[in-house]
Design a protein around this ligand. Structure first.
Ligand code: SF4
Ligand code: SF4
Length: 128
């Protein structure tokens, strides 16, 4: 991934149009069943590696709402596949777009320990 939107999301949807990877969808468009808030598709999130900060966290008005998740790479296949927190897209020809099939760019400056503990993107990058 990437980043993950947590339950403190207010569904303002301000982040959706800011995402350069079209990775964010509103709760009503979420692939999760009974979704209650805006969702980031981990198989599409590129962590805005070409920007100074992730666009979603930069625009989000809710402090601490968006947190770091693990990098979307083969090493973390088990974290994303078979996890109820995600629904990974199935491509017609390529099949499941898992981390090993379709790895995504990630910020190496964000450590694994911080990602595993779900540190707030905004707090870490001092966006508040
Ligand atoms: S901008 Fe923040 S509060 Fe608004 S939908 Fe996105 S994650 Fe939720
Ligand atoms: S970090 Fe960037 S690519 Fe990922 S969901 Fe946020 S805006 Fe989209």
């Amino acid at each position: 991934m990437a980043v993950r939107i947590t339950e403190s999301c207010t569904n303002c949807d301000a982040c959706i149009d800011e995402c350069p990877a079209s990775a964010i969808v509103s709760a009503s468009d979420s692939p999760l069943s009974r979704a209650e808030y805006t969702y980031v598709k981990p198989e599409k999130c590129i962590e805005c590696v070409d920007a100074a900060v992730p666009k979603c966290a930069d625009v989000c008005p809710t402090e601490g709402c968006i947190v770091w998740d693990l990098p979307y790479v083969a090493e973390h296949e088990d974290h994303f596949v078979g996890n109820d927190a995600y629904v990974i897209r199935v491509h017609k020809k390529l099949g499941l777009m898992s981390p090993s099939v379709s790895p995504q760019p990630w910020r190496e400056t964000i450590g694994l320990a911080q990602r595993q503990s779900g540190v707030s993107v905004g707090e870490m990058l001092k966006l508040y």
